[in-house]
Design a protein around this ligand. Structure first.
Ligand code: SF4
Ligand code: SF4
Length: 344
């Protein structure tokens, strides 16, 4: 008969009494009608993380370290300049080379670099709130800090920190340690895969024998993720991240970008519960009703206000121009509906 390792009964007891009840309290099936904005946001964040992790594995985008070629959708990307082009010394030959260089060298980069300004122009900082893997990691760090210290920030309590948010230290301490080990390391392995073939990395992990490049990639990314998620977090989103700054700038100047709006005509309905302030991990004060470049259009304040005042009666909504951009149940007070606007 196989013998149980020492401590095994304790681990089972811990699992039964602490972890399983915690998991039970969460809703894992998405009821399409009742799914909250946060549920959808978590789904989109997880899906985008999986996409980032799988891109090099599926050869959607990576650099082949052996051939030094860029692989895009399984094919090697080259300027397409054939050796015979160089033999043609005429002006037409020169133009052909310049055209190939422009088409396959410069244009793709311009298009790639235009993604974030364009996203900012149309959707503000939606990418930061709904897709960015670093943003998701920082939110997880906030959550664990909240459960361990009773505040989101490592350096002190903020006015918008939720009250009584502290959880069981042992449980959340264990989760934090596991996250601090596995998330940076898996991020390191996944991102190194953009520069070294993922198969090569997994072979080296299986043999526990690493080349300098793979070791440097995994350790470098892991340290970066660990430091930013523990000590820096949303400060990086506000002041450092180039993608965030591009969205911020273009979202700010765009007349059409998606942004948070408050129904100021109904401000008297506000109960001053401060739910919207507490929900905002970017330290925006939504009730100021000003365009704030830190707002990532996450919708947490919309949900908080809907919880306080009733679904569809909350004071906030996300809008392109004047129309509400959310499903009707989130902003019936503004979106045109057959039954007319909700009255308070
Ligand atoms: S103001 Fe609202 S939508 Fe903007 S980041 Fe804060 S909680 Fe999210
Ligand atoms: S959540 Fe709504 S009701 Fe509560 S303070 Fe904010 S605006 Fe007022």
């Amino acid at each position: 008969m196989c013998e149980m390792p020492p401590g095994f009964p304790d681990a089972v007891a811990f699992l039964m009494t602490q972890v399983i009840p915690l998991l039970r309290r969460q809703r894992y099936t998405i009821n399409m009608k009742q799914a909250t904005l946060t549920t959808w946001r978590r789904v989109s964040q997880i899906a985008f993380i999986l996409f980032i992790f799988l891109m090099p594995v599926l050869n959607i985008l990576r650099i082949d370290s052996d051939t030094h070629e860029l692989i895009i959708f399984g094919a090697s990307w080259s300027f397409g300049i054939q050796p015979e082009y160089y033999a043609d010394r005429s002006a037409l030959g020169g133009l052909r080379i310049a055209g190939q260089f422009l088409l396959k060298g410069i244009l793709p980069w311009v298009l790639f670099l235009a993604i974030f300004p364009l996203l900012g122009w149309l959707t503000g900082r939606l990418f930061c709130g709904w897709l960015c893997p670093e943003g998701a990691l920082f939110e997880l760090s906030d959550f664990l800090t909240l459960k361990l210290l009773g505040r989101r920030n490592l350096y002190g309590k903020r006015p918008n920190d939720p009250d009584d948010a502290k959880g069981k230290s042992l449980l959340y301490g264990a989760i934090a340690v596991l996250c601090a080990i596995f998330i940076p390391l898996s991020g390191g392995v996944a991102l190194t895969g953009y520069f070294v073939a993922p198969k090569t990395i997994w072979r080296q992990i299986a043999a526990w024998d690493f080349t300098f490049g793979v070791k440097a990639g995994i350790i470098g990314v892991s340290i970066y993720m660990l430091i930013t998620s523990i000590f820096v977090r949303h400060v990086l989103c506000r002041y450092v991240c180039a993608a965030g700054l591009m969205q911020m700038l273009f979202g700010w100047i765009s007349p059409v970008s998606l942004r948070l709006r408050m129904d100021s005509a109904r401000i008297s309905a506000c109960t001053d519960c401060k739910g919207c302030d507490r929900a905002c991990f970017m330290n925006v004060t939504p009730r100021k009703n000003k365009r704030d470049i830190s707002c990532v259009n996450c919708g947490a304040c919309i949900e908080a206000c809907n919880t306080e005042l009733g679904m569809g009666k909350g004071l906030f909504h996300l809008a392109f121009g004047k129309s509400c951009a959310l499903p009707e149940q989130n902003c019936r007070n503004i979106a045109p509906s057959p039954s007319g606007p909700v009255k308070t």
